[in-house]
Ligand binder design. Structure first.
Ligand code: ADP
Length: 290
């Protein structure tokens, strides 16, 4: 099964639990901001923690807030928050509001860019909610009944681009996530558990690609299947793949365990790395000629 870093679990569990307790005279920040490099398992581990704790997440991504047909971002955030509060009431279970990639929707693009009207609205709304978590109204409605407090977890890359008053300690607790060597080994062991990769092979694999983020190893495993998928296509016939799969939705591919060896994995990894370099070079060339 999948690995959760003990540090990660502790941070989330304490934040969420604290928000459901009435600690006398203690001001508990509503938002936990988990930030760090992309692809290091922030969202993934959030989901693992929710499952472990029996928490129902209401999810939104900052991308949704930016979308031109999302309409009013203020309304959207408040609606989702109220939805989570209502779920706590009717289901009698803990809920959280999970906002993925907050800085993508609410941060500046770079130092030279002004905050857009949208990002200002998103920042302002979250600040409002953090300050009055039991009084979150939809625009134009005035209800007097307080709603349940809902802890918010926001993930992101670079929170230094967010509006500073939102990131203030009273409103947001910050957690910088960078997996340790043990964490990386734990996660990769979890990813390859179905393939029964030995502990030493896991370590060797992690040490061969020290600069890669954790999603690289997920991508690597998915590549493993390519050969098997190719064999399947050849067996069924290219023209028959469509009808075959759609009409037998439950069908699982028989996966040959013997084909998973460290050397093969490293080969695939090196190939993936070459693809990354290629992409990087194309991008650099593009910037150079722009
Ligand atoms: P982030 O939110 O930090 O950008 P993600 O949570 O989206 O990163 O993780 C990227 C990918 O890495 C996941 O889709 C998954 O394939 C892999 N991954 C991350 N953490 C784990 C884990 N604990 N166990 C298994 N796979 C993981």
């Amino acid at each position: 099964s999948y690995y959760i870093s003990p540090r990660f679990l502790d941070k989330l569990a304490v934040h969420i639990t604290k928000n459901f307790m009435n600690l006398p005279g203690v001001k508990v920040p509503l938002i936990l901001g988990v930030h760090g490099r992309k692809g290091e398992g922030k969202s993934f581990q959030c989901e693992l923690v929710f499952e472990k704790m029996g928490i129902i997440p209401v999810r939104m991504s900052a991308g949704e807030l930016e979308s031109p047909d999302a309409g009013d971002p203020v309304r959207l955030i408040r609606m989702r928050y109220r939805e989570a509060a209502e779920l706590i009431r009717v289901r009698g279970k803990m809920c959280v509001l999970l906002i993925n990639d907050l800085d993508a929707g609410a941060g500046r693009v770079d130092r030279m860019t002004q905050y857009t009207v949208n990002t200002q609205l998103v920042n302002g709304t979250l600040m409002n909610i953090a300050d009055n978590p039991t009084d979150v109204q939809l625009p134009g409605s005035y209800e007097t009944e307080p709603i349940h407090r809902v802890p918010i977890i926001a993930t992101g890359n670079d929170f230094s681009t967010l509006y500073a008053p939102l990131v203030r300690d009273g409103r947001m607790e910050k957690f910088y996530w960078q997996p340790s060597h043990e964490d990386r080994i734990g996660v990769v062991a979890g990813i390859f558990a179905p393939d029964r990769l030995s502990a030493t092979d896991v370590e060797r694999l992690v040490e061969t690609f020290p600069r890669q983020s954790l999603d690289f190893f997920g991508a690597l495993r998915s590549q493993l299947y390519n050969n098997q998928v190719r064999e399947f296509i050849n067996k069924v016939g290219l023209g028959q793949v469509s009808t075959h799969l759609v009409n037998n939705p439950g069908q699982r591919l028989q996966f040959d365990q013997t084909k998973v060896g460290l050397t093969h994995l490293i080969e695939i990894g090196q190939h993936l790395q070459q693809e990354q370099t290629q992409l990087q070079e194309t991008r650099l060339a593009g910037e150079y000629f722009a």
